[in-house]
Design a protein around this ligand. Sequence first.
Ligand SMILES: N[C@@H](CCC(=O)N[C@@H](CS)C(=O)NCC(=O)O)C(=O)O
Length: 202
Amino acid sequence: MKLYYSPASPFVRKVLVCAYERGLEGRIEQITTKVVPSEPNREYARVTPLMKLPALQCDDGLVLFDSVVICEYLDSLSKAPRLFPPEGPARWRALRMHALADGILDAAVLGRYETAVRPAESRWDAWLKGQLAKVDQSLDFLEANLREVEELDIGAVAVGCALGYLDFRYADRRWRDGRPQLAAWFEPMSRRPSFVKTVPHA
Ligand SMILES: N[C@@H](CCC(=O)N[C@@H](CS)C(=O)NCC(=O)O)C(=O)O
């Protein structure tokens, strides 16, 4: 399988954490790919019309996107404990936490583009503030609902990747302040080999 990859992408990281947790990392070749919304990567458009990372080319040639689909695909490749609970309340809890974490990441990544990519003269402070409010409110929600990420499922993996991205790109915003339980939850998670081997970098 070929994973279109960037070491800075938290969505790619989530896929790789799933791969490590399921013992699949050796089957995945990483293809470093550059994506910037303002600079369409025409070569990559032949892989996925969305030109977003990640995309996974399966061994039969099918290209899967986005990270939500890829994570579930990888989880389906081997038996034993599943990151995607097959049914019942556990499934819906995991999927909703996955959606929450991806929502944090969508807002944080858009905020990053606003400050790192958009020319200074056309920045929109109120819009950035709105994105960061989604991040902060979601972190408060997690602090109050940590029971929902007690199990190592896709929800917990995604939340771990979201917090790791905030450490990587938003360290100055100090997400741990006022959220001691979330901070304590992240400690052992960030020490798992799957997280250590995928720490984001530029
Ligand atoms: N919903 C997508 C989001 C992926 C995404 O936003 N990836 C970013 C990199 S972290 C990207 O490709 N940005 C380029 C763009 O938006 O054109 C997923 O879960 O895979």
